[in-house]
Design a protein around this ligand. Sequence first.
Ligand SMILES: *[C@@H]1O[C@H](CO)[C@@H](O)[C@H](O)[C@H]1NC(C)=O
Ligand SMILES: *[C@@H]1O[C@H](CO)[C@@H](O)[C@H](O)[C@H]1NC(C)=O
Length: 254
Amino acid sequence: MSSATSPIVVIVPGAFGTPAGFDEIIPHLNGLQTHSGAYPSCNPPDPMNATCSGDTEALRSILLSLLDQQRDVVILAHSFGGVVGGCAAKDLDRDTRKAQGHTSAVIGLLYVAGNVTLDGESLFEAVGSAYPPFIKQHKPSKGLCLIEPAMEILFNDCKPDPELEKSVLPHALRAFETKASAPAWRDKGFDGRRTYIRTANDNCNPLPQQDAWIKKSGVKWNIVNFETGHMPFVSQPEALGAEIVKFVDEVMKL
Ligand SMILES: *[C@@H]1O[C@H](CO)[C@@H](O)[C@H](O)[C@H]1NC(C)=O
Ligand SMILES: *[C@@H]1O[C@H](CO)[C@@H](O)[C@H](O)[C@H]1NC(C)=O
């Protein structure tokens, strides 16, 4: 069971969604506390103002405010959240924080079908400077994009539910087309503290692409395999919750 010394799980959603889309895992977290790691490029009032660095700064200030409350943090990053979460956690690992005289730290990175970018690279460059056909550009308006058909691409193994389709929000293209900064997962401070959940039936981040991301990272991840589509948060919340609890237990012992 979780306690006051348990880390807070910061949920960093993928593009096109909010942490509310992860609600079904909450009852399966054995009491672990969660916190929203939402960032501004999802459905923004001014999509031309969105940047990957703006997202990174927004999430980093959430992380720092939790660390300032002497809480350790585990990052649960999904899809594009892997880019934002990786950048935002830079130098917040245990070793670096300790050297700076802090007792709290980001103690684990748990990626679910996460996208990966290197220092100075945009996600758009990382996907080969061409969007997959299901990303509909400048929809519903200029500077935004949508995923269509959402049920087939994102929720292929979920029970059909009109609410799922409605949960997909427009995302600012500029978040994908502006540069990401240096990712935390590259650092030694996260050795033994990174897990990547591969989603085998994923129509959005197909498995070979996930493997390419893992390889490109150049660092060792503990690999966990799920037989799900892109949203195990919805299709297998119990199994995913158990995996999160297990990961938190493991990194707390390090
Ligand atoms: C642009 O984004 C910055 C933060 O990234 C924010 O402070 C500013 O208010 C935004 N401006 C507009 C016009 O939305
Ligand atoms: C993340 O990467 C996958 C390929 O693995 C790609 O299909 C998807 O478009 C990328 N995400 C975004 C938001 O572009």
